[in-house]
Design a protein around this ligand. Structure first.
Ligand code: GLC
Length: 466
């Protein structure tokens, strides 16, 4: 009797544990589930890092007028071939890239192993359309991986789902060979254009290449699949076999982080709001990535200018202050920034990119403490106008970023006087004097600044909490 009762209660207990566990299990790919704790562990380095480098590089660096040049100018494979034949990045030295990324404070990197043009920067067995067959004769991915790893950055790959070169890739509404006139976008016309093309073969091609990328280059921390555009004459999860790709990635590199562009519901480890303004990020407005604001983890990807690939004549380059504001805004909202460089056809970062990276390096040298390991500030700390808070919960420090230097030398933090232990400028650890109490309330704290703005693009106040 006793044993049976014991058994029964044990069984009940076991069921309870199982039920609780299954409640907290998250399905991260078909056949791959993890608990919230496991997920937190997997994401921990990325949440701390906050800042990464994106690199868009391909033969589109030669036309140098956007990585979508094939789409924009409707260029056929034959006409695009001249760029492949002249691709010779003789100055390519990824150790220089890695050093610049590290100095700028970036902790991880994502390179386009293949972009929409279909060109592979690695020595794939499954295509001839690869860097080893151009005049440079190099597996560019291999050198990249080694160089960035040597500088201590985590290494990732971007892999384009879209492929405008592959003979089996079905022509869709954004393909260079689409009908010229939108009114000719009919099922019949697309069927005619697509005679002999077989997406099943292309799906297999992608799997083969993802397997190569995630097997031949050691530990890969991130894979960025890009991108889905479901709907009429578009492509989505069934066209890619997104579930299969995700499963494969998780099998080959169980710790890997995957973006959210495979068109799988609730998918991915992080959302990817692209090119949103600082104001949009701050408001968590949907922008071009509906639903990103519902993600616990997100990373905004941004260009220095309007293009991802090297664009010689593009003039809309962001200033250092704008770039820093994007970085700080991301961290203050609990997100990451992936900032893109588009190297030239010679294999170097162009002078404008170098200049911006240098500006970031200068600022990060003094202020990275307000970025790494930081996130949103507790709600009771309301940021005064033209400032942004970040917070390091482990060290119990708040960081107040002065986007505009206070003209009257003062800034009031409402209602928090009894929470603050000490305040200083972050760049030189010089004390910021405070005054407690204002007309509004005894708990207000007024920070008093020197009349001259310190020589820091965006000065930061480090606030030690009690
Ligand atoms: C877009 C573009 C692409 C770029 C990417 C980066 O999806 O197609 O050129 O690689 O965004 O996020």
């Amino acid at each position: 009797m006793i044993t049976r009762a014991l058994c029964r209660s044990f069984l009940k207990g076991a069921l309870l544990v199982a039920a609780t566990l299954s409640l907290t299990l998250i399905l991260v790919a078909p056949g791959h589930a993890e608990t919230q704790e496991q997920r937190n562990e997997r994401m921990a380095w990325w949440r701390d890092a906050r800042f990464g480098m994106f690199i868009h590089w391909g033969v589109y660096a030669l036309p140098a007028r956007h990585e979508w040049v094939r789409n924009r100018e409707r260029i056929t494979n034959e006409d695009y071939q001249k760029y492949f034949e002249h691709f010779n990045p003789d100055l390519y030295n990824p150790r220089d890239w890695a050093r610049m990324a590290k100095e700028a404070g970036m902790k991880y990197v994502v390179l386009t192993a293949k972009h929409h043009e279909g060109f592979c920067l690695f020595d794939s067995q499954f295509t001839d359309y690869k860097s080893t067959n151009t005049p440079c004769h190099k597996d560019l991915v291999k050198e990249y991986v080694e160089a960035f790893r040597a500088e201590g950055l985590k290494v990732g790959f971007y892999y384009s789902l879209i492929d405008w070169h592959h003979p089996d890739y079905v022509i869709d509404r954004i393909h260079p060979l689409r009908p010229v006139d939108k009114k000719d976008f009919t099922a019949e016309n697309f069927a005619k254009l697509n005679e002999g093309r077989d997406m099943a073969k292309y799906r297999q091609y992608m799997k083969n290449q993802v397997r190569e990328l995630l097997s031949n280059y050691g530990k890969i921390s991130i894979i960025w699949f890009d991108y889905s555009f479901p709907g009429e004459f578009g492509k989505g999860r069934d066209d890619w076999d997104s579930a299969g790709l995700l499963k494969l990635a998780r099998e080959l590199q169980p710790h890997i982080l995957v973006d959210n562009r495979l068109d799988l519901p609730g998918e991915g480890d992080f959302a990817t709001p692209e090119q949103l303004s600082a104001a949009e990020l701050q408001k968590k407005s949907s922008g071009n990535q509906t639903g990103w604001e519902t993600y616990r983890d997100w990373e905004t990807c941004q260009t220095f200018s309007g293009s991802w690939g090297y664009f010689r004549d593009e003039k809309t380059w962001k200033s250092n202050a704008q770039l820093l504001t994007l970085l700080i805004t991301s961290v203050s909202g609990g997100g990451n920034l992936l900032l893109n460089v588009g190297p030239t056809g010679r294999g170097e970062f162009d002078y404008r990119a170098k200049d911006r990276l240098h500006g970031l390096a200068e600022w990060m040298h003094y202020n990275s403490r307000s970025i790494y390991g930081c996130t949103e500030a507790p709600a009771e700390f309301a940021a005064p106008a033209d400032t942004l808070f970040t917070c390091n919960p482990k060290t119990k420090c708040l960081y107040l970023h002065l986007l505009t230097y206070p003209a009257d030398g003062k800034l009031m933090l409402a209602g928090v006087a009894d929470k603050v232990a000490y305040t200083q400028f972050l760049h030189d650890a010089s004390e910021i004097l405070v005054e407690q109490g204002t007309d509004a309330g005894a708990k207000d704290l007024t920070l008093k600044f020197p009349a001259d703005k310190p020589p820091v693009e965006i000065p930061v106040v480090e606030i030690f909490l009690k």
